[in-house]
Design a protein around this ligand. Structure first.
Ligand code: HEC
Ligand code: HEC
Length: 344
């Protein structure tokens, strides 16, 4: 039997259907429809750069790029290869593996509430998300590509030129590529943990143990966690040497500022979704939260630049359990399950 007439009968009504809806109903999404960010009331307003207002089309384009292997040298790796949504966009591997099999010395950071961050990477070498976005693409140990090749691939692609035009009114370029990726990163907001429900007034959202752990983290001048992991995103945006090693293995912030006070100092990371983002610290040296807490309670290794805020303190087994239980209450299941953040 010749299948063509049957196929035609199926396609024809579909075509009619499409032409009708296009004539009668205005398009649902306007080209410049703003993307409305939603976040809990106890978060401040997110600063958005004037030249990259958030729109639905920009966010959608950024998402497509984030999951697209076209950004890497041999089309083998996307941003999501190292930033895995199941781990709150962190990498469960100690060091991330680049396109040529190179294993990095730093652990890939989670991507959470980035729109409020003041600098990016463990050493804070990027000041904006737009600036940050182009670096992994060109990093020889990560995606190992170069911007000229990537832009040429995007220009030759059958969808991207139109998508960039709709989002920015311009063809793919370094600037629009960076802006689109940054737009997707800004919507990665996490504020739905049980701790947040507690802050919003639901006093039953945390268990008794978690509440005790919370006061150890947030109020205690023994543990001092709150000196650095402070505010709605559990970071004061500074850099510290927490005494992980006696000597300097990775110069950290020193490489950016040249200031010896920054030797082996690293960015204070958020504690949100921390139960999902193992292994821990800039080099992924600790597998468990208990090991991290032990590091602090033991007072560090005594590096000459170690912060005085990390010093030995007494932590009973119950304290430790409570503290870790509180850290686990910072998990936001709705964040990691959000289909808007997952590859379609
Ligand atoms: C090969 C693995 C790998 C790939 C691919 C990768 N990253 Fe990363 N990412 C890392 C590592 C490792 C770090 C920490 C590096 C450092 O501090 O020097 C990081 C850090 C970041 C940070 C900083 C977060 C913060 O809180 O400061 C952002 C943002 C980020 N990556 C976004 C991206 C984007 C966007 C892409 C795709 C264009 C991407 N990454 C591709 C491994 C990767
Ligand atoms: C002096 C500031 C400071 C204090 C005090 C502090 N931290 Fe940290 N915290 C940091 C910095 C900086 C890092 C990253 C260190 C690194 O990787 O070299 C970090 C890393 C962490 C990590 C790993 C995060 C990740 O994504 O890998 C956890 C968990 C953590 N701290 C919990 C705590 C707890 C719990 C306390 C209190 C017992 C505490 N911190 C006290 C600054 C501090």
């Amino acid at each position: 039997m010749n299948p063509r007439p049957a196929l035609f009968l199926i396609i024809l009504p579909v075509l009619i259907l499409f032409s009708c809806t296009e004539d009668d109903v205005p398009p649902l999404v306007d080209v410049d429809m703003p993307y409305v960010l939603t976040h809990p009331a106890h978060f401040p307003k997110m600063p958005i750069p004037e030249d990259n207002e958030l729109t639905v089309k920009r966010v959608a384009l950024g998402k497509k790029l984030f999951f697209d292997k076209i950004l890497s040298l041999d089309n083998s790796q996307s941003c999501a290869s190292c930033h895995d949504i199941d781990h709150a966009f962190a990498d469960p591997r100690k060091g991330s593996v680049g396109v040529n099999g190179h294993v990095g010395t730093r652990n890939a950071m989670p991507l959470i509430n980035l729109g409020w961050e003041k600098s990016f990477f463990w050493d804070g070498r990027s000041a904006t998300l737009e600036e940050q976005a182009l670096l992994p693409i060109q990093d020889p140990t990560e995606m190992a590509s170069n911007l000229e090749d990537v832009i040429n691939k995007l220009l030759a692609h059958d969808e991207y030129p139109e998508l960039f035009d709709k989002a920015y009114g311009e063809p793919p370029s370094e600037a629009t590529l960076a802006k689109a990726i940054a737009s997707f990163e800004r919507i990665l907001i996490s504020g739905g943990s049980r701790y947040d429900r507690y802050v919003e007034g639901d006093t039953n959202a945390l268990t008794a143990s978690e509440k005790r752990g919370m006061s150890l983290v947030l109020d205690s001048h023994t543990a001092e966690c709150n000196h650095c992991h402070v505010g709605f995103n559990f970071t004061d945006h500074t850099f510290h040497n927490t005494g992980l090693d006696r000597g300097t293995i990775d110069p950290g912030r020193l490489a950016v500022t040249g200031d010896l006070n920054d030797e082996a100092a690293f960015k204070v990371p958020t504690l949100r979704n921390i139960a999902l983002t193992a292994p821990y610290m800039h080099d992924g040296r600790f597998e468990t939260l208990e090991e991290v807490v032990d590091h602090y309670a033991n007072g560090g290794q005594g590096h000459h630049n170690q912060t005085p805020l990390v010093r030995r303190f007494i932590l009973t087994p119950t304290d430790k359990e409570d503290l870790v239980n509180f850290l686990k209450a910072l998990t936001d299941e709705a964040f990691v399950e959000n289909p808007a953040f997952r590859e379609e």
